[in-house]
Design a protein around this ligand. Structure first.
Ligand code: NCD
Ligand code: ZN
Length: 354
């Protein structure tokens, strides 16, 4: 029925887990999940067990990813006290600097004001070198991130906004002309704290699922332009890890993001034009990403299906959206003129490192 063509989508927030946590995901499985979900370009986060906070760690990722990726992959660098010295060296090899200002998976938390000042003042401010500073800054921490970026003149990108008050704060500084953008995850748009009982550990992530009130504010901001893009925050963990004693935070999202957004298009909550801005135009502009020639995704806007675990490419093999009925299916993905997904099978690897 209604087949439509989209550009190859871009996900600026993905945890591919290699090296160090390949029981959860690796470059092959993670980029296959991207392709099956209509993403031809993704940016990988630095919070691996050996974090991407040195030129050697970055080089190791590039080496491991080479010839094994099914979509194009770029890397973000991690901020730490020790990584500041490497900023000049790696700035042309990465697409953003991730600063963790709240506790989450990995050991990159930064709370010391002096070190944070040093990070913000040292990151290059002459775009495109290095890209924006991406902050994980929930709730109260967001004000601190904004103040630092204002003080040192950084381009600031706020990862996974989830609260009405974060939206309001961003709206104010955007109006003042600050160089700030933000993203929202599909799980904060399509799930709320009301799903927590049902999902248990599979509904645990940072930032946590929120109230319906906060969720409504995110939808409003998605439409009015305060939110610039979707970031899946694809953060797979194994079922064993999820069900273990110690809580682990994060959910996979690469394969479910587009079908969920297409469902919203079908429901009249989102236009296809706005969806393309959120998943292609804006991430490409904000991160200054290259064009992928002859690259597109074909979706059937009229095809419904139920999200099932055994149809997923991600190594973790589960989704917080399992059992959900969606309308809008990826039928075909072409990368640089080459068929890489026919709706069933993935061909490649034809991905390049950005
Ligand atoms: C992420 C992870 O598991 O790496 N977890 C999460 O809950 N989002 C880390 C992060 O992005 O905060
Ligand atoms: Zn993340």
């Amino acid at each position: 029925m209604a087949n439509i063509k989209l550009p190859g989508l871009i996900d600026p927030h993905v945890h591919l887990r290699e090296p160090g946590a390949i029981q959860k995901e690796d470059f092959q499985t993670g980029t296959k999940a991207a392709i099956a979900g209509g993403f031809t370009m993704i940016l990988d986060m630095p919070n691996n067990p050996i974090a991407t906070i040195s030129p050697q760690a970055l080089q190791e990722k590039i080496k491991l990813a080479k010839d094994r990726i099914f979509c194009d992959v770029g890397f973000h660098f991690g901020a730490s006290k020790e990584s500041i010295q490497y900023f000049p060296k790696i700035k042309n090899k990465v697409w953003g600097l991730k600063v963790y200002m709240n506790l989450t998976t990995g050991d990159l938390l930064m709370e010391d004001d002096k070190i944070l000042e040093s990070v913000f003042s040292s990151w290059p401010k002459n775009p495109p070198a290095g890209g924006p500073i991406i902050v994980h800054a929930e709730g109260d921490t967001l004000g601190k991130a904004i103040a630092l970026a204002k003080k040192f003149g950084n381009q600031l990108h706020v990862a996974h906004v989830s609260l009405k008050r974060e939206i309001e704060q961003i709206k104010v500084v955007k109006r003042e002309g600050m160089n700030i953008t933000c993203e929202v995850t599909p799980h904060h748009l399509f799930l709320s704290e009301e799903d927590l009982g049902r999902l248990g550990p599979y509904g645990m992530m940072k930032p946590p699922l929120e109230s319906k009130d906060n969720q409504a504010a995110l939808w409003q901001a998605l439409i009015d332009g305060t939110i610039d893009m979707i970031g899946s925050d694809h953060a797979p963990h194994t079922k064993e890890e999820k069900q273990g004693e110690k809580p682990v935070y994060g959910v996979p999202g690469l394969e479910t993001t587009l079908p969920l957004l297409l469902t919203a298009v079908n429901d009249g909550r989102l236009t296809i034009e706005r969806m393309i801005e959120l998943t292609y135009t804006n991430p490409r502009k904000v991160f200054d990403l290259p064009e992928q020639k002859d690259t597109f995704v074909e979706v059937d806007l009229g095809e419904s299906y139920v999200i099932e675990e055994n149809n997923l490419q991600t190594k973790c093999g589960w989704s917080p959206f399992t059992g959900m009925k969606v309308k809008g299916k990826v039928k075909k993905v072409v990368l640089r003129g080459q068929l890489i997904f026919d709706g069933q099978n993935i061909f490649g690897p034809y991905g390049q490192i950005l």
